[in-house]
Ligand binder design. Structure first.
Ligand code: GLU
Length: 566
């Protein structure tokens, strides 16, 4: 009579390694006390999801904070869903966010670290060694169930109103004799390998999750598949082997894996491997018509990290935003430690929200604006240029031609206590400042210039052409840039008064027909002439940057246009 060993040898004739060999090859890591080993384990199935960035940020942040190790493992066992090139793209994007693994997968031909291979498709030897051990000990078995048999089983269980799945008395091949199993294999019957569970779903188990606290779970009794027909392991089994032999100490993963936790605990216990700690991270949600739902790859731009890169949200702002989702005390800490790097923040799992982090683009915007406003103009200009190189070539050319100009523009009202907060992302910059470039200014269609002034919220009035021409002409006659902003404005007020632009707002509102406009409208006229638009940074500084001749040229071009206009 054949025994389990014969069966194991028949299935894996070439596997001579033992678990002890693997334990020796991948020894416990020597690390400082309390250091944690974390990992990010993406599947190469597409672009980097915002939720995955969040998970990897938390994992790497925590490893760094505890002086541990953070590694990347590529989970490429689902060959059908794999998208070529996505793994390397993913690693590059993480790097942009300064998430750089201490070890692990780097590219398809490169990895670093002593606990590899870090790509699951290269780890067959390890999986097979562990499965062989389970087979030898009667804790795994070949299952020959055909799709039809499985379908029948589902129907039977539905009728009987019992928990569905392959377990206990419903697991047809669980108690097949070794002789019969060997015969079926020799007869060429296709099979997969299942784990033989000893659990009972009537039992409860208790477990402490780093985020969710003490949990009461139902014990696993499913004979899950561990090796698929394509010879690759399932997630559950790969998780066991990989996180054990890579010596992960805390598994940080999405909460969608929580229901499978009892399976994983049983696998770890069966093999006598020390259970790692688990931190099941909340899924990132979105408010949609008042209802919370998961950020969806299909529906939401914000689900893709590429979206934020393309829009040019600064990395530091985005990371900070993710930290506000990660820990409820982050913002308070930030406000008290403005001069520190966010890497100085002490992250902790127990300050993480349990009920799904709500993604809030408005908050991303406000954090980014705040952070961008306090950057030095030169540093910001470098960032903008770097972004434009990939995402806006027209702008990039202009920056290349005159980098200093961009620095000067970005410096407008910057180095002060309460700087302007015009930009939430790099793509905001060009539309706001492009009028500075002469070719862009010259391409403005002057018939679109809006020469109306506001009387109140709802009412406007059109400025008289002659008034515009005469006030702009007189502005140019006395125009001088060698004055302070205050002096410039005083002069403007005098000119305004002369052309019936009042400084008495109430009087204007009460009797708009008695005036051409208000003082601000006079400044607005100059702004419009110089920029072709009504919203711009401070007009005084625009003139300083454009320079005397260009200001004159632009205003004259407006005067000339109006003069010719019927
Ligand atoms: N490859 C799994 C996923 O992409 C990883 C889960 C884990 O971190 O263990 O969901």
């Amino acid at each position: 009579m054949a025994d389990y060993k014969d069966l194991a040898n028949l299935i894996f004739p070439d596997i001579n390694l033992t678990i002890e060999d693997l334990e020796k090859k991948y020894p416990e890591r020597v690390l400082p006390d309390n250091a944690e080993v974390t990992r990010f384990a993406p599947s190469p199935t597409g672009f980097l999801h915002t939720g995955s960035l969040f998970t990897s940020l938390v994992s790497s942040f925590y490893a760094k904070q505890t002086k541990g190790v953070f590694f990347i493992r590529l989970e490429d066992t689902d060959t059908k869903r794999e998208i070529e090139g996505s793994a390397e793209a993913l690693v590059k994007q993480l790097k942009i966010f300064n998430i750089i693994p201490d070890e692990g997968y780097i590219s398809d031909n490169e990895e670093k670290g002593l606990y590899g291979p870090y790509k699951q498709s290269n780890r067959a030897l390890i999986y097979k060694t562990v499965i062989k051990y389970l087979l030898e000990n009667g804790r795994a078995y070949p299952c020959f169930a055909t799709p039809e048999e499985l379908q029948e089983l589902r129907e039977k269980q539905e009728k009987e109103k019992v928990i569905p799945g392959y377990y206990g008395k419903y697991a047809k091949y669980r108690n097949l004799s070794v002789d019969d199993a060997i015969k079926m294999i020799k007869d060429g019957k296709p099979y997969i390998i299942r784990f033989k569970s000893m659990g009972d779903h009537n039992n409860k188990i208790f477990f402490h999750d780093e985020i969710r606290g003490d949990l009461e779970l139902t014990e696993n009794d499913q004979d899950i598949v561990i090796l698929k027909s394509d010879g690759l392991p399932t997630y559950h089994f790969a998780h066991l082997c990989d996180d054990h032999f890579m010596r992960t100490t805390v598994i940080t993963r999405g909460e969608e894996w929580l229901p499978s936790l009892p399976i994983h605990l049983e696998l770890f216990d069966t093999l006598g491997f020390r259970r790692p700690k688990y931190a099941h991270l909340p899924v990132i949600m979105k408010l949609d018509n008042g209802n919370k739902r998961k950020l969806s790859k299909r529906k939401d731009n914000e689900a893709s990290v590429e979206f934020f890169l393309k829009e040019g949200y600064p990395i530091y702002g985005f990371i900070e935003y993710l930290l506000t989702i990660a820990n409820s005390n982050y913002e308070a800490w930030r406000n008290e430690n403005l001069d520190k790097s966010f890497y100085d923040f002490t992250f902790s799992f127990d300050k993480m929200s349990l009920d799904g982090a709500l993604f809030d683009i408005e908050k991303v915007i406000s954090i980014s604006k705040e952070r961008m406003a306090y950057k030095k103009a030169n540093d910001l200009a470098i960032e903008v240029k770097e972004w434009a190189k990939t995402y806006d070539l027209e702008f990039y050319q202009k920056i290349e031609n005159n980098f200093e100009l961009l620095v000067q523009i970005l410096n407008i009202e910057r180095e002060k206590e309460n700087p302007r907060k015009d930009y939430a992302k790099y793509s905001d910059v060009y539309p706001i400042i492009k009028f500075f470039y002469n070719d862009i200014y010259d391409s403005i269609d002057k018939s679109n210039l809006d020469f109306t002034v506001n009387i109140n919220k709802n009412e406007t009035k059109e400025l008289d052409k002659e008034v515009i021409i005469s006030s702009l002409s007189e502005y140019l006659d006395n125009y001088n840039l060698d004055v302070t902003e205050e002096e410039w404005f005083e002069n403007l007020k005098l000119l305004a008064a002369k052309h019936k632009f009042t400084s008495d707002r109430k009087a204007f509102k009460a009797s708009p027909e008695s005036f051409n406009g208000q003082v601000g409208d006079m400044a607005g006229l100059i702004r419009l002439s110089l920029a072709g638009r009504k919203n711009t940074p401070n007009v005084y500084f625009i003139q300083k940057i454009l320079g005397f001749d260009e200001v004159e040229r632009r205003i004259n071009s407006v005067i000339q246009y109006l003069g010719l206009k019927k």
